[in-house]
Design a protein around this ligand. Structure first.
Ligand code: AMP
Ligand code: MN
Ligand code: MN
Length: 358
């Protein structure tokens, strides 16, 4: 459920250099203008990435509530794929603005994308980039391809909600507790509850500002991170029980991996999203720098999560296999038998080692 984002990483740009140094003054001004110039009857569609996590949903819904405070009335939020919101996020203020992808405005005046590094992360909703009047992209992936008309991409931001708050501030929106809740969920998700390197002084200052609105961090953490059905606890036991440690992988830095199938989910009567938290248990393994969870997503299709403690650039592995992400938290979609997917990871890992093993 959490994705490690390293702070102060060298700003590696997307293919066209869009993400290099974060948004310029001109980018911010263009984004402010795109919102300010909306007519009273304008339709605004917010989209976050497929299989939305806390940053995707939290930054999108927090921003949506801020926009409604500005007087935007025709406002929808959506994400590609099945419409169900994962249980940990169903209580978020603003969920009432969510519509299924089939009900989303076909040709909105403004589309705003959250936490998506490329068009492919928008699934069937990617066509709105062409049908919308303006496409505004808010993101923090260094690999962002700059696919919007206006791109606010800050690879140094700990979460997309840092960028979202930056824009709300420039629009003069007062951040209330409802807006703060989504932005805070996003920040805690992507910093691993303020444990990862991305947890800069600025992150704590933003958290302090959001907490000052009166939101309750204990309640929020319990709902988002510390609650799961008993069936999921049993499922985790089984899936963790078959984790494999390969000390020689990643040029000796070590790989630990496990997998979960649709059949595993069905046996424990669990929805797929419960598996998002699994990587946090697997990546604890002391003997491995790299951790991996392979989750069945189709007949011969697998959603792969990769994490590194610092010795390996897993975004290079993921990008090489058709996915994306950050240096120490990345993912891709694997196709074919699981053995072949894992073997492709082993091969790619040996080429992505940042520091030789001493
Ligand atoms: P996850 O393991 O799903 O938490 O994702 C970790 C990071 O990798 C996040 O920054 C995701 O946006 C990115 N990511 C995961 N899966 C994909 C994919 N199929 N394509 C591109 N980026 C991905
Ligand atoms: Mn995300
Ligand atoms: Mn994010």
């Amino acid at each position: 459920m959490t994705e490690a984002v390293e702070a102060g990483a060298p700003a590696s740009a997307g293919p066209d250099g869009a993400a290099a140094g974060g948004p310029t003054d001109a980018d911010w001004a263009a984004a402010v203008a795109a919102v300010r110039e909306l007519r009273a009857d304008a339709r605004v569609l917010l989209i976050c990435h497929v299989n939305p996590d806390g940053d995707a949903l939290g930054s999108m819904l927090g921003f949506a509530l801020g926009l409604s405070r500005l007087g935007v009335r025709q406002l929808q939020a959506t994400f590609p794929g099945p419409a169900g919101v994962p249980e940990p996020f169903r209580w978020l203020p603003g969920v009432e603005l969510l519509v299924s992808q089939d009900d989303a405005y076909p040709d909105p005046d403004l589309v705003i994308c959250f936490d998506a590094a490329s068009e492919s992360r928008l699934g069937d909703l990617a066509d709105r980039l062409a049908t919308a009047g303006t496409a505004l992209v808010l993101d923090h992936h260094a690999s962002n391809t700059g696919f919007g008309t206006v791109n606010l991409v800050d690879p140094h931001a700990a979460a997309t909600s840092v960028v979202a708050l930056g824009l709300l501030d420039r629009l003069g929106v007062t951040v209330d507790a409802a807006t703060a809740t989504g932005l805070y969920v996003a920040l805690t998700t992507d910093t691993g509850s303020f444990r990862f390197e991305a947890t800069t002084p600025a992150v704590h200052e933003m958290a302090a500002r959001l907490l000052a609105t009166g939101i309750r961090p204990g309640d929020i953490s319990r709902r988002v991170f510390d609650t799961r059905p008993f069936g999921a606890v049993r499922l985790f036991g089984e899936v963790l029980g078959r984790a494999t440690l390969e000390p020689a992988a990643a040029a000796g830095h070590g790989l630990v991996w496990t997998y979960a199938t649709h059949d595993d989910l069905a046996r424990h009567d669990q929805p797929a999203y419960v598996l998002e938290a699994l990587i946090d248990s697997v990546r604890c393994t002391a003997e491995a720098d790299v951790s991996c969870v392979v989750k069945q997503s189709g007949e011969a299709e697998w959603a792969v999560s990769l994490r590194s403690k610092g010795a390996v650039d897993v975004s290079r592995v993921a990008v090489g296999l058709g996915g994306g992400g950050h240096r120490f938290a990345a993912g891709f979609t694997g196709r074919g038998p699981i053995d072949e997917v894992v073997e492709s990871i082993r091969v790619a890992l040996s080429a992505a080692v940042l520091t030789p093993r001493s």
